[in-house]
Design a protein around this ligand. Structure first.
Ligand SMILES: Nc1nc2c(ncn2[C@@H]2O[C@H](COP(=O)(O)OP(=O)(O)O)[C@@H](O)[C@H]2O)c(=O)[nH]1
Ligand SMILES: [Mg+2]
Length: 307
């Protein structure tokens, strides 16, 4: 059934953009009330555009979580920034997320402002600024920041929130619904994302690598799902996946002494995968070296095909 303005249904696409680590993925998951996008304390966790669909009686909002906007030199990072910028085309609104707990020294303000304007200068849709992580700052700093940012760009709204704790979500939703056009739902109400189960599984494994390894390892890691078999009779899913690193020396670190690290990654991932698939899961992981994969355009296309 096509719904029209009289039905009062609002529907649209909202891109979530901003610097790395601002809490974009946490915010999308929090709004959806379920984990679609992976999260870690390290920058550049999100590498693709991840769609999260939020349905209410009177609305459907299609969120696009994106990799962080930053100055990128490496091919993988340039690709990530391209994905973020491209996501801003043909959306109904953009949600620009920043981390208010970061220091903002006086002399940096002009530069920050320019950087922000640079990221959103080509944007023609309304932009809402989400000042995230308010749980980490005091009122005075927050008020000062609101003033600074409100002067930088004609935002539709400047909303302090805590993606992690849920504060400010209601106000954000209300502002989005004010902006979004009337129209029918784009997607059926029972799917929370357009990403495949294989892709989401690969992301969960990658998240555990981000959380359980240090230094350059997370940035040097990709995950390939090699097989994914469902045995409906047994109610069991068997997944084989390769954790791909760039150098031989990294392989040993991911495996760990006596295989403990790889085991911990596998156990943590399996728990989340079982929640995602709502089925018992057997997860077999191995580590494979693909020299400098992050500079190999063909390989980058192959893992993009995970989706
Ligand atoms: N204290 C606090 N931490 C947050 C909040 N939102 C996100 N984080 C943390 O910030 C880090 C980066 O979050 P993530 O969603 O991956 O950021 P993204 O790179 O912008 O997607 C994670 O450790 C989150 O737990 C918040 O509202 N408060
Ligand atoms: Mg993210």
């Amino acid at each position: 059934m096509i719904q029209t303005e009289e039905d009062g249904l609002r529907s649209g696409i909202v891109a979530i953009v901003g610097p790395p680590n601002a809490g974009k993925s946490t915010l999308m998951n929090g709004l959806l009330g379920q984990k679609i996008s992976i999260v870690s304390p390290k920058a550049q966790t999100t590498r693709n555009r991840i769609m999260g669909i939020m349905n209410g009686d009177q609305y459907q909002i299609v969120f696009l979580d994106t990799p962080g906007l930053h100055r990128a030199r490496e091919p993988l990072n340039q690709e990530m920034v391209r994905i973020a910028r491209d996501s801003l085309r043909s959306v109904d609104a953009a949600l620009f997320v920043i981390d208010v707990s970061l220091p903002l020294p006086e002399k940096n303000r002009a530069e920050k402002g320019q950087e922000l304007a640079g990221h959103i200068e080509e944007v023609t849709c309304p932009v809402i600024l989400a000042l995230n992580k308010v749980d980490l700052v005091n009122k005075e700093k927050l008020l000062a920041l609101i003033e600074i940012y409100a002067a930088l760009y004609p935002f539709q709204a400047v909303i302090p929130l805590s993606a992690l704790h849920g504060d400010g979500h209601d106000r954000l939703l209300a502002e989005l619904l004010r902006i979004l056009p009337f129209g029918p739902r784009y997607y059926s109400e029972d799917i929370p994302t357009d990403a495949s189960e294989r892709f989401l599984v690969a992301e969960i494994i990658r998240e555990k690598v981000f959380l359980l390894t240090g230094e350059e390892i997370p940035y040097s890691t990709a995950v390939l799902i090699e097989s994914f078999k469902e045995d409906a009779a047994k109610g069991l899913v068997t997944i084989h996946a390769a954790i791909v690193v760039e150098r031989e020396s990294q392989k040993g670190i991911v495996i760990g002494k006596g295989g403990v690290k790889l085991k911990a990654i596998g156990t943590a991932a399996r728990k989340d995968i079982e929640i995602l698939l709502d089925q018992k899961t057997m997860l077999k992981l191995w580590v494979k070296v693909h020299k400098n994969w992050s500079k190999d355009e063909k390989f980058l296309r192959e893992i993009a095909g995970n989706t």
